[in-house]
Design a protein. Structure first.
Length: 120
């Protein structure tokens, strides 16, 4: 009888150790991705103080190209690695509905389009 009790005690200890090992490994692999490099986060910002809603803007790019009559939707900022050149964008929309995403460092100027006044 004591041999059976000794065997059951040892089996209980071994199974408890295996269960503790499985739980420890599951916690380790759950937290492992958080120990590595952080993924870049993207934030959409508003620039309501600078750009009025419903207004159209002409955009002059550093290359000399001009994009006409775009409405401003927001800014996208990424907290990526320092060496990544595409860190901040302006999101604009064409009058036809198409979206234009511009790198901020490629924009030379935003110019507000003033609608022509109607005279009778």
């Amino acid at each position: 009888m004591s041999d059976v009790a000794l065997f059951l005690g040892q089996a209980l200890i071994v199974s408890a150790c295996i269960a503790a090992l499985v739980m420890g490994l599951s916690v380790f692999f759950q937290w492992l991705p958080r120990l590595g490099p952080k993924r870049p986060s993207i934030h959409i910002q508003s620039a309501g103080d600078l750009f009025e809603e419903g207004r159209a803007y002409d955009v002059l790019l550093a290359s000399g190209q001009r994009l006409n009559a775009l409405s401003f939707e927001g800014m996208i900022k990424s907290n990526a690695e320092e060496g990544w050149p595409l860190r901040q964008f302006a999101v604009m929309r064409r009058a036809e509905g198409g979206k234009v995403i511009l790198r901020i460092d490629s924009v030379r100027a935003f110019e507000e389009v003033v609608p022509a006044s109607v005279e009778d």
